[in-house]
Structure formats: C-alpha cells, structure tokens
Design a protein around this ligand. Structure first.
Ligand code: MG
Length: 504
C-alpha cells in the first residue's frame, strides 16, 4: 500500500472528486476532437468552462489546504509517494492562487479570440491580421510571468508551467551544446550521394481502409490492448487518458504518403503506453498520468523514432505492409527504410525529421525569449523568422503561412511549451542509453520474440510506474544515474545516420 498516512488518505478522499471531474472533462474533450456534431462546439465550451470552475473551487477548498499544511508539517514521516502528492497538489494550488480571477478571464477571452483570428490569418497568409492579437498576448504573458514569480528570467516562470524546475539558462545551455553537432550532421547528409530531396513513396496514393489495417497490424506488434485503449480518427492526432484503463489515441489519413499516418499512430501509441503503465495504486490521485510535457514527448518519440523508424523494426512490417499497400511491391526494402528516415530542410516544424527538427525549436525558443526580454517586437517576428530559417536550415520562407503563422501555440498563449519538444526527444536518447546498458543493443532486442515486451517492461519499471511522484530532474537522475545530458541522443543520431547515409 503506497498511501498509509492518515492525512494523505484524507487529502486523497477529497481529491477523488477533482480527478473524477477531470476524467469526465477528458472524455468530453475526446468527443469534441473526434465525433461531436459541429454545432455543439459553443455549448460544449460552456459546459467545460463551468466544470473547470468547479474543479478550481475544489482545489482551492480551505479544508484541503489545511490538510496539506498539516501534511507538510509531517513531511519527514511521509514516503516518496505521499511526498509526491503534497508536491503536486501544492504546485497546482500555487499556480491558481497566484493568478487573479480577472486576469484568467481576460487571458481566456483574448486567447479564445486570437485562435479564431490566427486560423483565418494563416489561411489568408496575413500576419498583419494576427499581429495586434499576438501583441496583446505577449503583454498578458509578461504579466503572467510577474504574477507567477521567478528568480532570474521572466521566461523561467512560463517554462516551469510546462517543465517543473527547468529554466531559461538550462535550455540556453542545452541548445548551445546541440547546435553545432546537429548542423555538422545535417551538412554531411546533404553532401552524401544518398541524399534525396524527394522520395517517390511520398507520391503513392493509398486507400484509407488498407492503411487502417496496417496501423492495427503495427499496433498489435506493439502489444496494443483494445480492452484498455482504442484508435480513432482526428484532424490532428492526439492521445487522451480518461482513466488508467481507458487511454485513447487518434491518427489521420491522407490521400497519399502513408508514412504520415503510420508514424502518427506509433507516436500517439507511445503517449498512451506511458499512461497505461502508471502504477494502478496511483489511479485517481494527483500522481496519476505522465510526469510532464517533456517526459510525455520522450515516450512518443522513443516509439515513433527510435523504435518505429529503426530498420530492424521496419523489416518486421515490410512484408505485411506489401499485402495492404500493393504499390510497395515496386520498392526495395532499402527504399522503404530511407522513406521513413529521409533528412531534408523543411519549412514546417511538424514535417521535420529527427536531425533538423531541433532548429525549428531553437528558433522559437530564441523568439520567445527575445519577446519577453523586449529585444524583439511582435512586428519584427516574420523577418527574424526568415533570417533564422535561412541561417539554420538554409530554407527560404516566402510566406508567413509557412513561417511565423504555422503553429497554433502562440495564439493559445502557450509560451514556454516549444522547448519541451526538444527536451523530450533528447530524453528519449537518455532512456535508450540506460536501456541498452541493462538489456543490450536495441537492434538485438527487436529481433527477439519478446523484445518489444521487454522494452515496455523496462520503461514501466524505470519511468512509467512512478507517474508524477518525482520532479523531472530527480527522476532523470534516478533512471540514468546522472543528470540530463544531450550526448546520448547525439551519439544515437550520428550512429544511425552515418549508417543510413553511408557517411565517412
Ligand atoms: Mg506528442
């Protein structure tokens, strides 16, 4: 039994109401993003707003706060899980208490409006239209940082919302370390005789029904359990946990380029496995679910890239894929592997490969930091965007639709989110290193009959089962026996692409 302390038990009894409402919100949210009749969007927004307010009142309940104070006085008597409950709950209360109601209302109003404007501005390739809204958001974000408080940099307060305990300095150091090696690798690939701007498989049309069969086949290799999960279709793939035993994923289908559907399916599966493997005793407590944005992304990217794009894994699915997608019979296995691992400069972040992806993030990090430091003005963003894309990836961005207007994040007021994408990817490299130290080389594991299950059990024992028990940096040290380092991912990626592109 993980929760023995009486005060903690009382806290949990109160928290079950909160987590139950959150579970229903997740279900309503899933419905909203999948099959809900279009006209009910406004009504659903109303309902979700009211329920969120209910949750807020329950979190700010005075009795709950008193119990929490009491628990804190007896902190040394608590085990790690009980301490985790105190930490997570205190953090939630703190964030809510620091932001005045009027501020939250204004923030929601401005960002709700901005999202609609952004969508149209993007469609019309018209940054001027979005500009005044983004200016308002940046002003509000600066206020938010002041309300939340920080030691060194206002950006710290915002980053911490997405990745507890991480700072601007941490990310500056991280990005400084990775810039040059990634740029060197990218240049080497571009000069390789195997380099391709386009792959013929990208143009092959496919039938949705056939692709669906391939997705389910690949999910079965990954031990997907339909009793606790399901696969649906959504305009933008996502994963959502309704409870520990109901974690749903979505994918998408296009007329051509089947890789996009398969990699999205595997990516979202990675997110779902994390939630499904949290210790059942943490169910409905503040500790259930994935630890953070970066930890979650480390799981989805581990499965999408390190496993899903690995030639040994691709060999497992090639024969079956040919049965569903007949055009594959015209291609060799080498074509198939290169199709999944093509490296080339892209304008669009979400289309970027494992090597160039991080330059998209570095660019956004530098812009967000510049906006907060007031060294960059909103009206300068499109121009700086173009200059940096040219510098980092040698890409000419000739319209804002494919430049500064491409992501939804800023219109939602989500500033400080982007850096966690890169951190998550580099964490997946750390997990790979630790896993290989204990279980042996991943390629050999993937050849074993139970290899995938062994990998999943390792992830469960080392990462998943703890849920939110430990803060980010502590759990990294616990898993890897060392602090965060970019080296494992850099060596993984160099190794992989040296082989694929036959680099010197
Ligand atoms: Mg993801």
């Amino acid at each position: 039994m993980k929760f023995q302390n009486k005060i903690i038990k009382n806290i949990l009894n109160k928290y079950y109401y909160i987590s139950s409402l959150e579970s229903l919100i997740s279900l309503a949210d899933w419905d909203l993003n999948t099959y809900m009749p279009e006209s009910s969007a406004e009504d659903r927004g109303f309902v979700l707003g009211k329920v969120n307010l209910l949750i807020k009142n329950l979190i700010l309940d005075k009795k709950l706060k008193k119990l929490l104070e009491k628990a804190k006085e007896n902190l040394e008597k608590l085990n790690d899980y009980e301490k985790g409950v105190v930490r997570v709950l205190e953090r939630e209360i703190n964030i809510i208490e620091k932001l005045p109601n009027e501020f939250i209302e204004k923030f929601n109003k401005v960002t709700n409006e901005a999202q609609i404007i952004w969508r149209n501005a993007k469609k019309e390739n018209n940054f001027e239209k979005f500009k005044p809204h983004l200016e308002k958001i940046v002003e509000l974000i600066k206020k938010k940082a002041e309300y939340l408080g920080y030691e060194e940099h206002p950006y710290d307060a915002l980053i911490d919302l997405f990745e507890e305990g991480w700072t601007t300095k941490d990310f500056e150091n991280f990005f400084e370390v990775i810039k040059k090696p990634l740029k060197d690798l990218f240049n080497q690939i571009r000069n390789s005789p195997f380099y391709k701007e386009k792959h013929p498989l990208e143009e092959e049309k496919y039938e949705k029904e056939q692709m669906e069969k391939l997705n389910y086949y690949v999910l079965s290799l990954l031990n997907f359990n339909p009793a606790r999960s399901r696969l649906d279709i959504a305009p933008h793939p996502f994963e959502t946990a309704i409870s520990l035993n109901d974690v749903r994923i979505t994918t998408w289908y296009h007329p051509k380029d089947f890789r996009r559907s398969l990699t999205a399916t595997i990516h979202e599966f990675g997110h779902s496995l994390y939630e499904l493997q949290v210790d059942p005793e943490l169910k409905f407590t503040p500790l259930q679910g994935g630890l953070s944005y970066a930890f979650h992304e480390s799981q989805s990217r581990f499965w999408e890239n390190i496993i899903g794009r690995n030639p040994i894994f691709l060999a497992k699915i090639f024969e079956k894929a040919k049965e569903f997608l007949l055009f594959l019979k015209k291609y060799s296995f080498e074509d198939f592997v290169l199709y999944f691992n093509i490296v080339r400069p892209e304008k669009i972040r979400v289309e970027a490969d494992e090597v160039t992806y991080h330059f998209h993030i570095i660019l956004r990090f530098e812009l967000e930091k510049g906006l907060l430091e007031e060294k960059i003005k909103v009206n300068e963003l499109p121009e700086i965007w173009r200059a940096k894309m040219k510098e980092y990836l040698d890409v000419d961005v000739d319209n804002d639709k494919e430049g500064v207007l491409q992501d939804i994040h800023w219109s939602m007021g989500a500033i400080g989110y982007f850096p966690t994408y890169s951190l998550g990817t580099f964490l997946s490299g750390m997990w790979l290193e630790a896993l290989q130290n204990e279980l042996g080389v991943i390629e050999e594991l993937l050849k074993e009959e139970n290899g995938i299950l062994r990998i999943q059990n390792w992830l469960k024992e080392k990462i998943h089962k703890y849920g939110k028990t430990y803060p980010s940096k502590d759990l990294i040290s616990k898993i890897c026996g060392k602090e965060f380092s970019a080296e494992p991912f850099l060596s993984y990626i160099k190794n992989k692409y040296n082989k694929l592109y036959n680099l010197p």
